[in-house]
Design a binder for this molecule. Structure first.
Ligand code: SF4
Length: 523
């Protein structure tokens, strides 16, 4: 549009006025001074044409792009275990199989980009330069990617260990000081999928009936595919329910009779457990135990477990480390791992445990329940260590009456004479529901005492301060950067494979950050 002629256009008029070129009373003079401009020529867009381009694949990614490092690292690892079961061999007909080095590289790269979906990764191969460089502009089917990720648990164990060996050779792994921390990762199951035995039995019966009533899918050729698909879905549902029932029985065996009926398991992922998360809420999850070497922050062990409590996970983690790499010199763990048995067990294995001092092992006193008044709580009783007895507020003695030995501590019970309590004017406030007053004292073993003394030192406190920056950093990285906030797979074995992929990705990222240098500049 000619802005000089269009005097009604506010923008045009304002533009000319502001430039001081337009006199409202003499438009003819303005036109003479500013002749109308010819229409601008713009480049046409032709979307009907076919285009062929020359692509230099080496130029798809920069010389220091992480895909080059991932490819290089996996080139040093024995991937033959991934080849087991491959039927396509040289000299024989049949479609060639996709190189496991490519599939592994794609998954490591995908995880490093926070992608854990096989479909998404398959789509990325069509447009994302890193994936295009890896595949050489080829495509990879999402079924191939998905199957590869799940089906090679043992091979993944081997690759994880081999990469650790390579990092160790570069001086990135050492076991002098290792942190252990657990993080809850949401299972691929909803809270509403947890059912009691009765409901699971009903659903199972229904699934079996539906399968029986389906008849032979081959009888109706037109709906053959639909019927087969339906049969497969029902069969999978039946298997899941059978597995849920087996898992439920297994849990029931560990429970007292009165609690057996209350046991529930998920019909979607029977091996998941309801766990308390860091927000205080509950969710179906797995507890992922991560051991990390302090010096370079490399994950040296990663294991998904079903137990929600970390207390029972310290020694299994030590066992796994010993089997793969050797006994750690020092283990740093948080209060969740500290217990008298763990202090004793680590000391027996000559491992220096750095952890908060365990809380008093005596059970919380239920004074109200026992009818004990405020002036007669345990603190009102004086312990005479020389005589090894207590003196009560009435001046009577409570002598040792029983001893229970536990790992790392001894529990001693002290009791007053029933005849003295019976005659005591304070009886109603001191022991109204018992024949005489009892007090239980817990005594730590020498090993535990030495541990408590060590943890009071500034040196131990300083070492413990390293824990959050190593252990919690790794957990946060795995969840936030690698996207492992919820498992995509179901069942303990499969979620363990998912953990290994995340751990392997993290370690390779650390290697890239600390060691890797591009060997060949992109052409
Ligand atoms: S009831 Fe027994 S233990 Fe309690 S103050 Fe009296 S004598 Fe002592």
């Amino acid at each position: 549009m000619d802005i000089v002629k269009n005097e009604t256009s506010a923008g045009g008029l304002f533009a000319e006025e502001s430039a001081g070129k337009v006199d409202r009373g003499e438009p003819a003079i303005a036109e003479a001074e500013n002749p109308p401009r010819a229409k601008a020529r713009l480049k046409p867009i032709d979307r009907r044409q076919m285009v062929m381009r020359t692509i230099d694949m080496e130029r798809l990614v920069e010389a220091d792009h992480p895909v080059r490092a991932i490819w290089e690292m996996l080139g040093q690892v024995d991937l033959n275990p991934f080849m087991r079961g491959v039927r396509a061999v040289q000299g024989r007909p049949g479609q060639a199989t996709v190189d496991p080095r490519l599939l592994a590289s794609l998954w490591i790269y995908a995880y490093s980009e926070g992608i854990s979906s096989a479909r998404e990764l398959s789509r990325m191969c069509e447009y994302e330069p890193g994936c295009q460089w890896l595949t050489g502009m080829g495509t990879v089917n999402h079924h191939t990617l998905s199957d590869f990720r799940v089906e090679h648990k043992e091979a993944m164990d081997g690759v994880f260990a081999e990469v650790l060996g390579l990092l160790s050779a570069e001086g990135l792994v050492e076991l002098k000081r290792v942190t252990l921390d657990g993080t809850k990762v949401k299972a691929n199951a909803g809270r509403d999928t947890f059912r009691r035995e009765e409901r699971i039995q009903k659903h199972l019966e229904l699934a079996r009936k539906q399968i029986e009533q389906m008849g032979d899918p081959r009888s109706d050729v037109s709906s053959q595919r639909t019927a087969k698909a339906k049969e497969r879905v029902l069969e999978e549902k039946k298997q899941r329910l059978e597995q849920a029932l087996e898992e439920l029985k297994r849990i029931q065996e560990t429970k007292p009779d009165k609690e057996k009926a209350e046991v529930r398991v998920s019909t979607t992922d029977p091996e998941a457990r309801v766990m308390k998360n860091s927000d205080g809420g509950f969710m179906p999850a797995y507890n992922v135990q991560v051991s990390t070497c302090v010096v370079h922050g490399i994950i040296v062990d990663l294991q998904a477990v079903q137990g929600g409590s970390d207390r029972d996970q310290l020694m299994p983690a030590v066992d796994r480390l010993e089997e793969k790499l050797g006994v750690p010199g020092q283990m740093i763990a948080d209060a969740g791992y500290t217990s008298h048995p763990n202090i004793e067990s680590t000391a027996n294995r000559h491992i220096d445990l750095i952890a908060p001092v365990p809380e008093g092992s005596a059970k919380p006193q239920r004074y109200e329940e026992r009818g004990i008044g405020s002036g007669f709580h345990n603190e009102a009783f004086h312990y005479d260590s020389a005589a090894d007895h207590y003196v009560c507020p009435a001046g009577k003695t409570l002598k040792p009456s029983a001893k229970n030995r536990f790992v790392g501590r001894i529990q001693i019970r002290y009791q007053a004479r029933p005849s003295e309590c019976k005659a005591c004017p304070f009886r109603d406030k001191c022991c109204p529901n018992a024949r005489s007053r009892r007090i239980t004292r817990s005594q730590d073993s020498e090993t535990v005492k030495a541990f408590i003394a060590k943890m009071q030192t500034e040196e131990a406190k300083q070492i413990y301060r390293q824990r959050p920056q190593v252990a919690e950093f790794v957990n946060a990285w795995i969840k936030d950067k690698l996207g492992l906030r919820q498992f995509r797979l179901r069942g303990l074995a499969k979620v363990q494979v998912e953990c290994l992929w995340a751990g392997l990705t993290y370690n390779i990222q650390q290697w890239i950050r600390l060691c890797w240098r591009p060997r060949v500049a992109a052409a």
